[in-house]
Design a protein around this ligand. Structure first.
Ligand SMILES: C[S@@+](CC[C@H](N)C(=O)[O-])C[C@H]1O[C@@H](n2cnc3c(N)ncnc32)[C@H](O)[C@@H]1O
Ligand SMILES: [Zn+2]
Length: 334
């Protein structure tokens, strides 16, 4: 890192370690979320000299916000080991519509990076990546990507990112925006970071049949109020059922639980479904309109990753709980 690392090099001990920045020259890329001025590092804080505000750097990560309503994500991503390289590479390509070969040399934003599995995929493919998340999941993300000098993280709200507008070649967001109180506000704010001519790929939960939505809302009204330890115990049961193929292919059209082949992923995915305060479901038409309204064209509706005739049949009838609507587009050059 440039000047910030120089100012730190005489410090030793745990305090120094807690604000030692990530390898990517992150500070020079940060902008004040209020006035867009460049930010400076002052020992263990990031400051805006115009607004006279500062933000802490904790464990090497600038923290512009704390967990709030998204704390369950900090818990789940730090607790469960769910990254699997081959699977994550395949899922990333399916849900963004971009191949790994295209990533080399690009400046990429992982909007809502969680535990960092897709930031890792991009960093390994040669992109310079910033991962942003509202929750302390960024701690796990940083750990997961610790060997990748071109990947760095910030803890921030996607609606007020400390980053320059129109500065990313490629921005993606997988399973994130529907967890905000206002999905559209997040979509619009993140879209502003894409360069003219750059690509934007978004995956959101799909709106299911009315009776599935009704059942899900009833369950989530309860589950979101449970203490996390109690909910995790329920998710352990869900993970057990999810491991039984017949049950997982039938009952999960009524009640969502994960059927991932790995047990730890099943617990994590099920918790991921039932814990967050907000979970909105959207349609392809809605998401496509959002892209058009904020100046994107060359839209492509991406198909689901899984194949198979039965899968496609239930998917196309919006019967698959937890499946997505997935669109990618290119920002019009102005
Ligand atoms: C289901 S996780 C997905 C994480 C990652 N994209 C993945 O697929 O592994 C959703 C993440 O979005 C983050 N998130 C939701 N709303 C956000 C917001 N307004 N600003 C920043 N992060 C947000 C949550 O903290 C959480 O880590
Ligand atoms: Zn400022």
């Amino acid at each position: 890192m440039g000047s910030d690392e120089t100012s730190e090099q005489h410090e030793t001990g745990p305090r120094a370690a807690s604000h030692k920045m990530q390898s990517l020259d992150l500070i020079s890329q940060l902008r004040c979320p209020s006035c867009a001025n460049r930010l400076q590092q002052n020992v263990d804080r990031i400051e805006c000299s115009v607004c006279k505000v500062s933000y802490p750097i904790i464990d090497g990560i600038p923290r512009f916000i704390s967990d709030q309503h998204l704390a369950s994500f900090g818990r789940q991503w730090n607790k469960y080991e769910v990254a699997h390289d081959d699977e994550d590479r395949a899922t990333f390509q399916a849900k963004t519509g971009i191949s790994l070969a295209e990533l080399s040399g690009l400046r990429v934003l992982d909007a809502g990076c969680g535990g960092g599995r897709y930031s890792k995929v991009c960093g390994e493919a040669g992109a310079a990546v910033i991962g942003a998340d509202h929750s302390d999941a960024v701690s796990k993300a940083r750990q997961l990507c610790s060997r990748l000098p071109s990947v760095a993280f910030v803890q921030a709200d996607l609606k007020r990112l400390p980053l320059e507008r129109e500065s990313f070649d490629f921005v993606f967001s997988i399973g994130v925006m529907h967890h905000d109180a206002d999905t559209r506000a997040v979509f619009d704010a993140v879209a502003k970071l894409v360069k003219p001519g750059g690509r934007y790929s978004v995956w959101l939960y799909r709106c299911n049949q009315w009776w599935q939505e009704w059942m899900n809302n009833a369950l989530r009204r309860r589950s979101t109020k449970m203490p996390p330890e109690k909910l995790e115990r329920w998710c352990e049961w869900g993970a057990w059922y999810g491991g039984l193929p017949i049950i997982s292919k039938t009952l999960n059209k009524v009640v969502n639980f994960s059927a991932h082949p790995n047990r730890e992923n099943r617990v994590c995915d099920t918790f991921d479904w039932y814990a967050p305060q907000y979970q909105y479901h959207h349609t392809v038409a809605e998401l496509s309109d959002w892209f058009t309204e904020v100046g994107f064209d060359q839209l492509r509706v991406l198909p689901p990753e899984k194949t198979g005739r039965f899968y496609r049949w239930v998917y196309e009838r919006n019967l698959l709980i937890g499946s997505g609507v997935n669109v990618t587009g290119v920002k019009r050059a102005t």
